[in-house]
Design a protein around this ligand. Structure first.
Ligand SMILES: [Zn+2]
Ligand SMILES: [Zn+2]
Length: 209
């Protein structure tokens, strides 16, 4: 694996934010919005979203770092294969693997279990749930349904890199050396639309419960 020196590493982080201050701002706004309409614990909401994105990077990294575990074999079969291009392949990958595992489902289950024992929600479960669905949404709509070159295509060539989200690849040095920095503004817009829709769904459920 390419070893980044400190200068390149810092430069990559700066370059990331040069391209993505808008997307970062959108994500920040989403976390404030979701906190406002749920538990109003804003710092906790930001931390929840931050941790969920890290769980996504680490969960996906784990799958490729330890390819002999059964869940890793499952990801290879449902995503890095011909079967991954079929409807059933996508369905299995996005529901079981992403929503319930590296999309953050594993974190969601933990938060609910801890709530069962202590009566406290240590993280905002609504935000984790929103992220759970955001992962397959962006993965499929933005990365697989658009024809333009994107950073995720590199992950399909070299599985231990560009695991996503891009910022974690930059910070944790799994970004391909000398590759372009993804402009995530359109991803941010997809997420914002999804956030507004999600808030309506939450409101609907709260009214019917
Ligand atoms: Zn993919
Ligand atoms: Zn993968």
């Amino acid at each position: 694996m390419y070893k980044y020196n400190d200068n390149e590493w810092i430069n990559n982080i700066i370059r990331y934010y040069e391209f993505n201050y808008a997307a970062a701002g959108i994500l920040f706004t989403i976390s404030i919005l979701l906190s406002y309409y749920t538990d109003k614990r804003y710092i906790n909401g930001l931390f929840t979203l931050w941790l969920s994105t890290l769980v996504t990077w680490y969960g996906h990294y784990f799958l490729h770092k330890y390819p002999n575990t059964s869940i890793a074999k499952f990801h290879n079969y449902t995503h890095h294969s011909k079967f991954g291009k079929t409807f059933l392949g996508k369905f299995l990958e996005y529901t079981i693997n992403e929503m319930f595992f590296f999309g953050g489902g594993i974190l969601w289950i933990l938060v609910l279990l801890l709530h069962n024992y202590s009566g406290v929600y240590y993280l905002n479960p609504y935000i984790i749930m929103w992220w759970n669905i955001s992962v397959p949404l962006v993965h499929e709509i933005y990365y697989h349904q658009t024809s333009k070159t994107n950073i995720h295509q590199l992950h399909h060539k070299d599985h231990l890199k560009s695991l996503g989200p891009d910022i974690w690849d930059v910070i944790l040095k799994t970004k391909h050396h000398d590759t372009h920095m993804e402009d995530e503004t359109s991803i941010g817009l997809i997420l914002l639309i999804w956030c507004i829709l999600y808030l309506f769904i939450i409101k609907l459920f709260k009214n019917t419960l």
